[in-house]
Design a protein around this ligand. Structure first.
Ligand SMILES: Nc1ncnc2c1ncn2[C@@H]1O[C@H](COP(=O)(O)OP(=O)(O)OP(=O)(O)O)[C@@H](O)[C@H]1O
Ligand SMILES: [Mg+2]
Length: 256
């Protein structure tokens, strides 16, 4: 079977003048189209490294990464990457921030403008198109950053702790918003987070990584009775038991 994304026994080390740091060891993972995968693991275990490998910023030392069954070099997939910091430029308006990627790739035309206008409207930012980033709340800025990423029509979205700079309440509501946007756009997404509750509230599956060098400790498939928003999931019955299972796995990992 061909998977949307497949990692086959991927290992990666950082080389510095002083030392070699093995960050990831023999990671194998298959992800299907439309899936929302959450990745959790201890600080410094290699989560960001994993995303950097998936988007081709760095290459595995061993193993391979296949996109729709083909090696990355042969498969030009549009991958969106969203980080903890929103990287919005203060000297540009929100509109010219969200269209920046399109502009750089010479794809800013009437069609893409229409798409951006629609997203700004749907996601409540139309009125702020002419504003500067500093005039927006943290949550609005993250939404703008997401629109900028989605404007490029990525087939795969990588999210590296995108909510961690937000206060708790904003974080819950932005997570709800962003989840809804991604489901509506039927995107395949991989979210890295420190927050177990966040992972359980959005994921179809949660991948648990162990301490560095990171290996996959377990993959938990989440099943809720119906389609629930992240906030609704937090109040649903199976939530606490998933939390305990994943918490235990991470604790064992800390003590081993
Ligand atoms: N450029 C680099 N050069 C050398 N070592 C690095 C480099 N980047 C990361 N590392 C090391 O590789 C390991 C994995 O780093 P990575 O950033 O992927 O972890 P992480 O799980 O994303 O951490 P965090 O939870 O803090 O975001 C860490 O121990 C880190 O010290
Ligand atoms: Mg990281």
């Amino acid at each position: 079977m061909t998977h949307f994304l497949e990692l086959k026994s991927v290992s990666y080390s950082y080389q510095t003048m002083e030392a070699e740091t093995l960050a990831l060891k023999e990671i194998s993972l298959q992800i299907e189209e439309g899936e929302f995968i959450a990745i959790v693991g201890p600080s410094g275990c290699g989560k960001s490294t994993l995303l950097n490998l998936i988007c081709g910023l760095i290459q595995p030392d061993e193993g391979e990464i296949l996109l729709k069954g083909k090696p990355m070099e042969e498969m030009a997939m549009n991958i969106g990457y969203m980080l903890q910091k929103d990287h919005l430029f203060e000297w540009r308006t929100i509109y010219s921030n969200v269209t920046l990627g399109l502009e750089l790739q010479h794809k800013l035309d009437s069609n893409s403008r229409k798409r951006v206008d629609k997203m700004l409207k749907t996601y409540g930012l139309s009125e702020f198109a002419a504003a500067r980033p500093s005039q927006l709340s943290g949550g609005m800025r993250q939404r703008a950053a997401l629109i900028r990423t989605l404007a490029m029509e990525p087939e795969l979205l990588l999210l590296d702790e995108p909510f961690s700079a937000l206060d708790y309440q904003t974080r819950l509501s932005v997570c709800d918003d962003i989840y809804e946007i991604l489901k509506k756009e039927n995107k395949t997404a991989i979210l890295v987070t420190h927050d177990l509750s966040e992972a359980i509230s959005v994921g179809d599956r949660v991948v648990i990584l162990g301490r560095r060098p990171a290996q996959i400790k377990n993959i938990i498939t989440l099943s809720f009775d119906q389609d629930l928003t992240p906030i609704q999931r937090r109040n649903a019955k199976p939530f606490a038991s998933y939390f305990n299972t994943i918490w235990k796995e991470l604790q064992e990992n800390e003590c081993s």
